[in-house]
Design a protein around this ligand. Structure first.
Ligand code: AMP
Length: 523
């Protein structure tokens, strides 16, 4: 992954559609390994993946799924999920991946919006009977989809029965419902092109080669799953698939398959660091060169701890369901850039920062991050949302706050909704979180604004104590801020300790709206 190990002769493949990308990869490296299913100990080459996906597409066709059909699939990370995504791409369907951890409530709310003709689910996985749950959900829908259970023998047919593959990479073929950090799910429409731009940009930023072995250890139905698949196909690298991320099991699999790069999100970095700390005298993952991920803030301290203790690089990135990759760090960046920024804006995504007064920000000035370009999604399925979502110049309003530095790097500073307005003064939750995170007795922290009769909003810090450490007392917290010279108005006036902060199931992001509900009443 370092510059000297890169093979300059290797180029990233580029095609119009995802299926064409798979075919181009097979022509170039048919016998190279594409996927390793760690749970089953199975490996598939690019050619095998192509053949299986083609037969599966023919099986789907025989079951009534046709080009253009809207198909929801709720499958855990594994070969079946990847083959399903490729087979539906071969047919030219509109696929709607749903995180396998979603419950019946979330599945129903997606299906009620997606109007899917088909729902693909696994049979029973661990304790959970997906087929039974799908039956219960469908019974509540006015126009229920046909349910296909992807269990045992998968549908198969003769590739000769298939219509020609789609040629147009600019049609909407993917709908991703945002993962639930806000309450109402919104369907973000994507094309093969938008996802492949993400995958190619990720490969470029990470500087992967065909010798790299990565991982998909997060829910495959997240937009990161399709983006990672595009990266595998564009670069010729392989990936280890994990049905669930249990740190000790994940590390054993990463060692066994000599993984060179892994990640996902901040929670994954933290989990690997904890594993390393349990055996400080041996290098946990000797083949690992790079951790990479995004989706949540990454405190600078974590970057330096990873460098020091895991002896690998960490390139953090910024993306979202609507734009899978906006900016990304690369191994060539300096430690300062990697620790303190979210990397450079990627190709085909134009980033502007608009101040709260509506002006274009100067370098280093904070404002809302807005995006335009070929890497941006094609609007929401509910068209009524689009007038609000895009500004008059066609830029997507992310609702994230950030700044572009003079060196071109993007720094996320918070969420528009996350600005706490205390006595008319704007306070950045993120800034207070970063300070608290640097305290050795704090494992994780979320700072929220709570309604307050005198102040408009008051600042509340919610803390998970570091393992084996006594939780901070309120007075200790105040003393810590005072010692750091923080202005009095920013010091939280409420402290809550939780064993575990509430998180979403996709990338383990902290759910601040839950915290607001929980603590709004005060004490
Ligand atoms: P989702 O669409 O559920 O994947 O969430 C996307 C949101 O996650 C973004 O709009 C950001 O608010 C947040 N996010 C993504 N990447 C980062 C990052 N590097 N730092 C901070 N927040 C991030």
């Amino acid at each position: 992954m370092t510059a000297d190990k890169q093979n300059p002769g290797e180029r990233l493949l580029k095609t119009s559609t995802l299926w064409q990308l798979l075919e181009a990869r097979v022509r170039l490296s048919s016998t190279a390994i594409m996927l390793i299913d760690a749970d089953r100990g199975l490996k598939l080459t690019f050619a095998q993946a192509h053949n299986i996906a083609e037969r599966l597409a023919a099986g789907f066709l025989a079951s009534g799924i046709a080009p253009g059909s809207v198909v929801t699939w709720q499958l855990p990370t594994g070969l079946t999920a990847v083959m399903t995504a490729l087979a539906l791409s071969r047919l030219g369907c509109v696929q709607n991946p749903v995180i396998h951890l979603y419950g019946e409530h979330e599945l129903k709310s997606v299906l009620a919006r997606s109007q899917s003709a088909f729902l693909l689910v696994p049979g029973a996985v661990s304790e959970r009977d997906y087929a039974a749950a799908a039956g219960r959900v469908c019974a509540q829908l006015e126009q229920p989809p046909v349910v296909l259970v992807m269990d045992g023998e998968l549908p198969q047919g003769k590739p000769s029965t298939l219509p020609p593959p789609p040629q147009d990479g600019a049609s909407v073929r993917w709908v991703y419902y945002t993962s639930g950090t806000t309450s109402e799910p919104k369907g973000a429409r994507h094309t093969d092109e938008t996802l492949m731009i993400g995958g190619r940009n990720l490969a470029t930023a990470m500087a992967v080669t065909s010798h790299d072995i990565g991982t998909i250890a997060f829910p495959y139905a997240h937009i990161g799953g399709a983006m990672y698949t595009c990266m595998l196909l564009a670069s010729g690298m392989s990936a280890v698939l994990l049905g669930r991320f249990v740190p000790t099991e994940a590390c054993a699999a990463f060692q066994r398959y000599r993984v060179t790069t892994t990640g996902g999100s901040t929670a994954h970095y933290e989990a690997l660091l904890m594993e390393q700390r349990r055996q400080p005298d041996t290098q946990l993952l000797p083949d690992l060169k790079l951790l990479c991920g995004g989706g949540a803030p990454k405190p600078p301290e974590l970057y330096f701890a990873i460098r020091r203790e895991l002896h690998c690089g960490l390139t953090h990135n910024y993306g979202m369901t609507e734009v899978p990759l906006v900016s990304a760090g690369t191994p060539q960046d300096s430690d300062e850039q990697l620790a303190h920024t979210d990397g450079m804006p990627v190709q085909d995504v134009e980033v502007i920062i608009v101040t709260l007064d509506g002006d274009i920000a100067e370098p280093g000035q904070e404002g809302e991050i807005r995006l335009r370009g070929k890497g941006v999604f094609k609007g929401y399925t509910d068209t009524a949302l689009n007038a609000e979502a895009f500004d008059q110049n066609g830029y997507f309003r992310t609702g994230d706050l950030g700044m572009l530095r003079a060196d071109g790097r993007l720094v996320l500073t918070g969420r528009l909704k996350d600005v706490i307005i205390r006595k008319g003064e704007n306070i950045s939750a993120r800034e207070i979180e970063e300070l608290l995170y640097s305290h050795p007795r704090v494992a994780n922290v979320a700072v929220i604004g709570l309604p307050d009769a005198q102040r408009g909003e008051r600042v509340c810090a919610v803390i998970e104590a570091a393992p084996g450490e006594a939780p901070l007392s309120f007075d200790e917290m105040v003393a810590f801020f005072n010692a750091a010279g923080v202005m009095r108005q920013k010091i939280p006036e409420q402290l809550e300790i939780m064993e575990q902060l509430p998180r979403n199931q996709t990338l383990n992001k902290i759910l601040k709206h839950k915290l607001r509900e929980l603590f709004a009443a005060g004490h």
